[in-house]
Every structure is written in C-alpha cells, then in structure tokens.
Design a protein around this ligand. Structure first.
Ligand code: FES
Ligand code: FES
Length: 162
C-alpha cells in the first residue's frame, strides 16, 4: 500500500507492507537515528515525533502515519534546542554506547517544546520511557537540567539535580 506523510517537513510518498511498523519503514527511508531495541514498546530507542508527540515507532503501524507528520532526529539537527541538548549530552559524558541517545534526545526535546516544567522531577519523568544500560541516567539528567537552567536564565530557578 502507498502512504503519504510529512517526514521532517518534507512530503513523501512511500510504498509499505500493510503490516509494517513505523520503525522499519523509517529505517528503510534512511532514518538511521531510529534504533531497533526491544520492538515491544519498552525501551524507547525507536522514539520519534508523530504530530509533535513522542511515540515508540516500533509499536506504531506505518499505515497510521498516512497524512500525518513524522519527525526523526535527522529532521531536528538544525534546531537550536536540539543542538543544545546534543552538546550537553556530550559535555556531560551522557553518551556512552550511544544506542539510547537519539530516543533520549527526542523525548527531552518533546518535553521542552511542550512547555512542560523543567524541574528535576519532571525531567526524570520525561525520560521514564527511555532505557539506558550505560549511564544510570545520572548524566543524561544532568545534561537535561543544564539545558533547563540555560532556558530559564540560570541555576537559581531550578529545583536542583539531586
Ligand atoms: S524498539 Fe521500540 S520501544 Fe524498544
Ligand atoms: S548510553 Fe548506552 S544505553 Fe544509554
């Protein structure tokens, strides 16, 4: 079957298997930031934005994205907020094997863009759907809190990282 979607701001038409998940279709379209982990909706490594909301693309039928907007990390590389998040993950040493990093970046980006609270508690919640085997979440959280502090004009307006 044929689907038409807006992928990273560009209208694309793609022939898909009716049973295909969005993860496999996106990777077939060269979106290699979308990682295959559990394929059961548990690890978050395949997180993308569907109409601006983070979803686990392994459990979204590709057919469902017909006439919808899909955004992957590739589509956000020029975005100032995404650049800042990426740089902080690197600076804080939060990218070890890096397999979880695209999903973490998409989840944090969506959280910030939605205007959610940027406290330690809320940033932890934003990452609950993203499993990371390497970092113990301390460093990704530190990175997120630093970006939050920058966005909010300084550390005094934050609740702290503990
Ligand atoms: S691969 Fe999609 S949630 Fe794990
Ligand atoms: S950095 Fe390896 S799984 Fe997160």
């Amino acid at each position: 079957m044929k689907i038409e979607m807006e992928l990273n701001g560009r209208a694309v038409t793609h022939e898909i298997d009716p049973g295909a998940n969005l993860l496999s279709v996106l990777r077939g379209m060269g979106q290699f930031s979308v990682k295959l982990g559990c394929e059961t909706g548990d690890c978050g490594s395949c997180t993308v934005l569907l109409d601006g909301e983070p979803v686990n693309s392994c459990v979204v039928a590709a057919a469902r994205t017909h006439s919808h907007k899909v955004t992957t990390l590739e589509g956000l590389l020029g975005d100032p907020l995404m650049k800042e998040l990426q740089q902080e993950l690197v600076d804080k040493g939060a990218v070890q094997c890096g397999y979880c990093s695209p999903g973490i970046l998409i989840s944090l980006y969506a959280h910030f863009r939605a205007g959610n609270e940027l406290t330690d508690h809320h940033l932890r919640e934003a990452l609950t759907g993203n499993l990371c085997r390497c970092t113990g979440y301390v460093k990704p959280l530190e990175a997120a809190l630093t970006v939050a502090q920058n966005q909010q004009g300084g550390p005094d307006e934050q609740g702290g990282a503990s």
